[in-house]
Design a protein around this ligand. Structure first.
Ligand SMILES: Nc1nc2c(ncn2[C@@H]2O[C@H](COP(=O)(O)OP(=O)(O)OP(=O)(O)O)[C@@H](O)[C@H]2O)c(=O)[nH]1
Ligand SMILES: [Mg+2]
Length: 507
């Protein structure tokens, strides 16, 4: 079988990286540039330097702690992607997708690679019915890729797909550089960004789950060395002990770690419940902010709350949910819950890690869906997010607001398209504040109204209760009398009973 006989459609799109940049220069600018750029400190107000430090801190945090125990697992090679010179490769079939979509996917991969800290040198797409079972790209193309990698002095290839362990090895053999797949790349970014204890544990769990089935790839040759039939034999006393292969020990170590982590994460769940409980105690309404990564969710939250959420021009700047307080025009307090950004084809191992975020979404009173309006195809992003949300129980009945952000970077045609296709959407810019007033109003209308009307005379000593009523309820009237404060307000059950207890019986 010669390389010529392969039915590859040789339509390879290979250019220098410039094509990867032109549509979204900001999102694709290298991480080091992000660190140096002062241009995005606009939303940080005078807290710019604080956020700068936070960013540096985040960027210096490179690995999840606690993988130490795996040091003795020699066959486990968890591939990190950072500060490397990378070439991207994707395969697409014209049956399922268009060239534009394939290019968009590669552009997203470039942004992901840069978020991980890599320098993207080149992007390469091959059109072919399906990926080659041996080397992912056809063998002829693999050799071409080897030359390209050598010429560019790249040290890593990132594949826009999930690879079989054998494919990865075969491609490494041909190209002589490290090959990393999409899932490994995303896991690596998550490992760099998780900050909370739970976030870290969940990412570590995802990494281990990713590694477990891949051990076979490294282990196959080893098992043969170890004497053939013992390997791969399921259990049996004979296969334990001295005859046990390295791969089995490794698997056991990993499985043990997986179950320990799962237990730990389970134990963390109640703490989350409590946190949420305390937010709900006074019936504080909440708005969950969801959307594709880099859409500007954190920036918008900053605008709406005046707080200093980390904003970074890189994917997945926010990996742990952050809750902020905002005040409505009528003085009521509500919360905004920032969430982890969505990404297409999220690795299955990470779906669990998202659960805590998504649970919060299901508990919200309003879902604010933020979209990057300057993206070449915002509608596919909207669809991707909606698809995931549909899978989360309880989100269907929650009112949604669709927010098209980055209006400052949308031209008239893009605006018209949005207005035609999503007439309900709110078009805003977190950068210029365009449309934010309108967004606030529409949000506040959707917030649930407190349901109990109380009319009472409170003693002057009950000042803190009165301020609680103002914060969490809607005050209709306040009248300061000599013997106390007459109030009429709408509040929730909890505060209503406190008001009734504290009120002065004037009869
Ligand atoms: N031009 C422009 N840029 C914006 C706007 N809003 C946000 N950005 C930029 O977009 C980038 C991403 O913003 P973030 O707020 O971090 O996005 P996010 O949705 O929270 O991203 P993740 O946390 O990664 O999911 C940052 O560089 C922001 O400065 C906007 O209205 N206009
Ligand atoms: Mg964010």
């Amino acid at each position: 079988m010669t390389q010529e006989s392969e039915q590859e459609q040789e339509q390879v799109i290979q250019q220098d990286t410039s094509y990867l940049w032109d549509s979204d220069e900001a999102a694709l600018s290298g991480q080091s540039q992000v660190l140096q750029s002062s241009q995005d400190s606009w939303s940080n107000g005078d807290g710019g330097s604080q956020s700068w430090q936070e960013r540096q801190h985040r960027n210096s945090f490179k690995q999840v702690e606690g993988l130490g125990e795996l040091e003795d697992v020699t066959e486990v090679e968890y591939r990190k992607v950072r500060l490397e010179r990378v070439v991207l490769v994707g395969v697409y079939s014209s049956h399922n997708t268009t060239q534009e979509e394939a290019e968009e996917s590669l552009r997203e991969l470039a942004a992901l690679a840069q978020t991980a800290g890599a320098q993207v040198l080149d992007g390469l797409l091959q059109q072919r019915d399906k990926p080659d079972s041996a080397t992912y790209v056809g063998s002829g193309k693999a050799r071409e890729l080897a030359n390209l990698v050598a010429a560019q002095e790249a040290d890593t290839i990132i594949v826009d797909d999930d690879l079989q362990p054998s494919q990865r090895r075969a491609l490494e053999d041909v190209t002589k550089v490290k090959v990393v797949d999409r899932t490994a790349l995303i896991l690596d970014i998550f490992a760099q960004h998780a900050t909370s204890r739970e976030g870290k544990a969940q990412v570590q769990l995802a990494q281990l789950e990713y590694m477990l089935p891949r051990l076979r790839g490294w282990g196959a040759s080893l098992s043969r060395q170890a004497g053939g039939q013992a390997a791969g034999q399921s259990g049996g006393i004979g296969s334990r002990g001295p005859g046990e292969t390295k791969i089995e020990t490794d698997r056991r170590v990993i499985r043990r770690q997986i179950s320990r982590l799962k237990r730990q994460i389970e134990q963390m769940a109640p703490a989350r419940e409590v946190k949420r409980g305390s937010r709900r105690r006074y019936g504080l309404p909440s708005v969950a902010v969801v959307g594709y990564t880099n859409a500007g969710k954190s920036s918008l939250m900053n605008r709406l709350t005046g707080s200093q959420e980390l904003v970074e021009n890189a994917l997945f700047a926010t990996l742990d949910t952050a809750v902020r307080r905002a005040t409505a025009a009528d003085g009521r307090v509500y919360t905004l819950v920032d969430t982890v950004g969505f990404v297409r084809r999220l690795p299955t191992q990470l779906v669990e890690a998202f659960k805590s975020t998504l649970e919060e979404v299901a508990e919200a009173d309003v879902i604010m869906h933020v979209v990057d309006g300057s993206h070449p195809d915002p509608f596919s992003q909207i669809e991707a997010v909606n698809k995931v949300l549909e899978q989360v129980d309880g989100t269907a009945d929650i009112p949604h607001i669709l927010v098209i952000n980055k209006a400052d970077r949308m031209d008239a045609t893009a605006r018209e398209r949005v207005i035609r296709l999503e007439p309900q959407a709110c078009i805003v810019s977190a950068r210029t504040s365009e449309g934010l007033g309108d967004l606030r109003q529409r949000l506040e209308v959707l917030l649930p109204k407190p349901s109990v009307r109380v009319e009472a005379k409170l003693p002057y000593s009950a000042g803190s209760l009165l301020s609680k009523v103002r914060q969490y309820g809607q005050v209709q009237s306040v009248d300061y009398q000599g013997d106390g404060v007459d109030i009429v307000a709408d509040v929730d059950d909890h505060i209503a009973s406190q008001v009734m207890k504290a009120s002065i019986d004037t009869v």
